[in-house]
Design a protein around this ligand. Structure first.
Ligand code: KG4
Ligand code: ZN
Length: 343
């Protein structure tokens, strides 16, 4: 079954064709990163206008790379939410129109289920359920029980910011650029991770899988002020601050993940996904502990599947479609949704 998917929940506009949930025939992305570098963060209106320009060119490119026409496509999928309303509207309305014109089923996909199913792309292996998943990106920070091909339960979430947001804001405070995650990771490689002490929020509560990152951001701000501001700051101090800040984030993420693993004893494998799963330090911290436990640990096969992409949406759509044979996949029933809780 070949699915064409559109993803435009935030600042990227992407389209992909995936066969049977894992064979990636194409994965195209129109990025607005240069626009957003100018503002040092995402401006919703700019992201939506950019998506409008890019959506049909990326769909065309995805079909071309996959050597497909609409006749070869069995269904269309789209990120229905959560995300920025303007960007979501562009993707959803485009997908509704294509499904209507070409008379295809339309499968709405929750963005986070896309990130989770990214871990199946190109990897033809069965998941040993139940799995425990840390989904961590700019807008989301959850711990999810992955119970079956398309059955999920959220057991942890952030009460304020996501870790990716903390990376982005931290990088902005240090003047390291956008997006912040890769910038902080790069600076951390030449910095000392215990040069400064930052809090590991909520880690003292081992039966509560909620995160909080806003206080950590404030600690970085105070530390920069205490050191006289970033303008006069030596490069090596900035690198040490970046490394110490990254260490606090990854310690908190990994710590909570293992607290959850300790509580849910029947877990068979551990996954991390979403933009922040590209972070090598986070992967290393989780791998160190899962290896000792002889527990399988997985992250997206390619870096391009960590951050927002449409292949993950086409992948998730396949598992959703095959899991819900009774659903009527009419284009009329799909609309954008911004609440995080629906799956
Ligand atoms: O999944 P994603 O593309 O978009 C959302 O769904 O939010 O994630 C983007 C986030 C950004 O906050 C970015 O700074 C972060 O992922 N990110 C990283 C790395 N690469 C991207 N964070 C830490 N280390 C990285 N290497
Ligand atoms: Zn995402």
């Amino acid at each position: 079954m070949k699915i064409l998917a559109i993803e435009s929940s935030c600042d990227e506009t992407a389209a992909a064709v995936v066969e049977n949930g894992w064979d990636v025939l194409s994965n195209e992305i129109g990025t607005s990163v240069e626009e957003h570098k100018k503002t040092g963060g995402i401006v919703p209106e700019v992201a939506a206008r950019d998506a409008e320009k890019k959506v049909f060119p990326v769909v065309e490119a995805a079909l071309k790379t996959a050597k497909c026409t609409f006749e070869d496509i069995d269904a269309i999928a789209v990120t229905a939410g959560p995300g920025l309303m303007g960007s979501l509207l562009v993707g959803v309305e485009s997908a509704r129109m294509l499904a209507y014109i070409h008379k295809k089923p339309l499968i709405p996909v929750h963005h986070i289920t896309g990130h989770i199913c990214a871990n199946r792309l190109t990897r033809k292996r069965k998941i040993d359920f139940p799995a425990l998943v840390l989904t961590v990106s700019g807008g989301h920070n959850d711990i999810i029980l992955w119970k079956n091909d398309f059955e999920f339960e959220r057991i942890g979430y952030s009460i304020d910011d996501a870790a990716g947001e903390a990376f982005d804001k931290g990088a902005r405070m240090l003047g390291l650029g956008f997006p912040g995650g890769p910038a902080i990771e790069k600076a951390s490689k030449v910095g000392v991770e215990d040069a400064f002490k930052f809090p590991r929020p909520m880690l003292n509560k081992d039966d509560d899988f909620r995160f909080s990152f806003s206080g950590l951001k404030t600690s970085l701000l105070y530390k920069i002020e205490e050191l006289g501001g970033r303008e006069e700051m030596e490069e090596s101090i900035k690198n040490d601050l970046a490394a110490s800040f990254q260490e606090a984030i990854v310690d908190t993420l990994a710590g909570k993940l293992f607290q959850a693993l300790n509580e849910y004893r029947d877990i068979k494998e551990v996954h991390v996904t979403g933009g922040v799963s590209a972070n090598q330090r986070l992967r290393h911290k989780i791998f160190e502990r899962t290896e000792k436990m002889h527990m399988g640990f997985y992250f997206p096969e390619k870096m391009a599947f960590c951050t927002d992409n449409a292949a993950m949406i086409a992948g998730a759509a396949y598992w959703k479609y095959t899991n819900e044979p009774e659903t009527n996949w009419a284009w009329q029933s799909v609309s954008p949704r911004i609440e995080k809780e629906f799956f």
